[in-house]
Design a protein around this ligand. Structure first.
Ligand code: BG6
Length: 505
């Protein structure tokens, strides 16, 4: 992210990468079809890709360029956010290439290396290439080895920049994350490693920085003096879909708490960075992650759940154990609620209740800041019965925006006060459209902007939060909840016994 204060002219110029190649490993997979290829099309459609931009797909299938192009066409058309234009696609398609091979196939990687060399001459991509790992983590070592062996990871000999983009999950725990970091760093230099957390590509998540640091209104109350507690919710109505292989054994904490939710918490709670330089923002987030403490009594202050069959949005949903390829005795959690704390002066004593789950009633991600009640209310108690806590709710998705809840006088001849809501919606306030998170992040990789990418230390520190939870949960059975309900009853009790309730998001 450029600092608009530092560089006012530049702000209006679109960021266009230098000519380059985007090499996608695992190009026929889900992520590539649903997110990456549509993101590339949207970037092309917005005129944000340079002439001489090439997509090189690498996957096991025995295909030629033509087959790959038709898969990419279908994927782009289905997933594009911007209007469909055949002429844009036709231009892009001229530069879509495919290399078939498996990851242990030296010859295929030699072909990939020579394709990149040829493109240097034919498309003028001057050696610039980003390698996108849209593959299972077990395949990372072999692909890294191949990139090192063929010299493809080498900035010096390639005559341009070489970057690697690594998808989550980044490790399975702290030890595996460290090992993975060591491995990636042995092939690429640290500045060329882009670890994707797609939540940071969401407009509303970046808006936390604008909200806090561009205004004077919120910062004075952003601390334990005024905040009673914070609730962070990531609810999904979907189940695990076809991802049993990845999800089972991993579970909700590793899937989204370790990354998306801890990143949201860090952005929400961090101190003001001295500038928007990547290193400054990362340093502030890291301080928060280091200060997060898990509950002393993990059994009492966390809840793991697993969905049973039920109904979601009028449709029947099978239980987790009935999902395809899930072992009947699986104890993987599909829901987590946890009470975290941040041990620093700003947040001492403020509980952060964080929850995430699949097969909940609806898809919603939000941060709710629940403020303390006014220290004194000079009203007749009957007049303020309907006055709750002031709340500021940052709606990450859907209906991106913010709601401020506060008390207001009810029209009439009494002094009755009741909660009302002031609503800001992105869709209404702005005519500009938001890029999809992946569109934003792919562009950031190509222009070399690391601001929205967590670094190795952040990833490892996030595991330091998760590891003790996983250790304490080992061998326990998750609490059941019906698909279509807001998680297990124990999650409600977690707040009720502290005199609080979850916001019905
Ligand atoms: C992914 C998780 O990182 O995020 C998925 O692996 C989850 O399990 C997804 O469904 C949610 O992303 P979004 O952008 O739809 O909230």
């Amino acid at each position: 992210m450029r600092n608009p204060l530092r560089d006012p002219q530049d702000r209006r110029l679109p960021r266009i990468p230098e000519p380059c190649a985007l090499v996608i490993f695992g190009v026929t997979g889900d992520l590539s079809r649903k997110k990456l290829i549509p993101a590339v099309y949207d970037l092309a459609n917005r005129g944000l890709l340079p002439p001489g931009f090439v997509v090189l797909g690498f996957a096991r299938r025995d295909w030629g360029d033509g087959d790959f192009e038709s898969l990419a066409y279908e994927a782009a058309k289905k997933g594009a956010r911007t209007p469909w234009r055949e002429d844009v696609w036709a231009r892009l398609a001229e530069n879509i290439k495919f290399v078939a091979g498996s990851f242990d196939d030296d010859a295929a990687f030699d072909t990939l290396a020579s394709s990149l060399d040829e493109l240097r001459a034919s498309h003028g991509i001057t050696g610039n290439a980003a390698f996108y790992f849209s593959i299972p983590p077990v395949a990372f070592p072999i692909v890294l080895k191949q990139l090192a062996r063929t010299g493809m990871a080498d900035n010096e000999t390639s005559g341009g920049w070489r970057r690697v983009v690594v998808e989550k999950p980044f490790g399975y725990d702290m030890a595996t994350a460290k090992e993975l970091n060591r491995l990636v760093d042995s092939v690429f230099t640290a500045d060329d490693v882009f670890r994707i957390d797609h939540y940071l590509g969401k407009e509303t998540v970046q808006n936390i920085l604008a909200l806090r640091f561009a205004n004077s209104l919120f910062e004075p109350v952003w601390n334990s003096k005024y905040v009673d507690h914070v609730q962070i919710t990531m609810a999904e109505d979907v189940g695990i879909g076809t991802r049993a292989g990845f999800y089972d054994g991993a579970g909700a904490a590793r899937d989204v708490l370790q990354n998306h939710l801890l990143q949201l918490m860090a952005m929400f709670a961090m101190e003001e960075p001295t500038s928007f330089d990547p290193s400054e923002i990362r340093a502030e987030k890291l301080k928060v992650l280091k200060a997060i403490s898990v509950p002393k009594d993990i059994a009492a202050d966390t809840v793991r759940g697993q969905y049973l069959q039920g109904w979601v949005a009028g449709e029947r949903a099978v239980g987790y154990l009935e999902e395809k390829n899930i072992p009947a005795e699986s104890t993987t959690e599909t829901y987590v609620a946890v009470k975290l704390a941040i041990q620093n002066r700003r947040w001492a004593g403020v509980p952060f209740y964080v929850r995430c789950g699949k097969r909940l009633p609806r898809r919603v991600t939000e941060i709710a800041i629940v403020f303390k009640k006014a220290p004194h209310l000079p009203f007749d108690p009957a007049d303020v019965e309907m006055l709750g806590h002031n709340q500021l709710v940052i709606r990450v998705q859907p209906d991106e925006g913010m709601v401020l809840k506060f008390g207001s006088k009810v029209p009439g001849t009494t002094m009755e006060v009741r909660d009302i809501a002031m609503d800001f919606q992105y869709g209404e306030a702005f005519t500009e459209s938001s890029p999809e998170a992946y569109e934003r992040l792919v562009l950031d990789v190509l222009v070399g902007d690391r601001t929205l990418f967590p670094d190795a230390a952040e990833v490892e520190q996030s595991w330091a939060v998760i590891d003790p939870l996983e250790e304490a949960w080992a061998g326990t059975t998750p609490e059941p909840y019906r698909a279509g309900e807001w998680g297990p009853r124990a999650a409600d009790e977690l707040l009720v016994r502290e005199g609080r309730t979850w916001r019905r998001a």
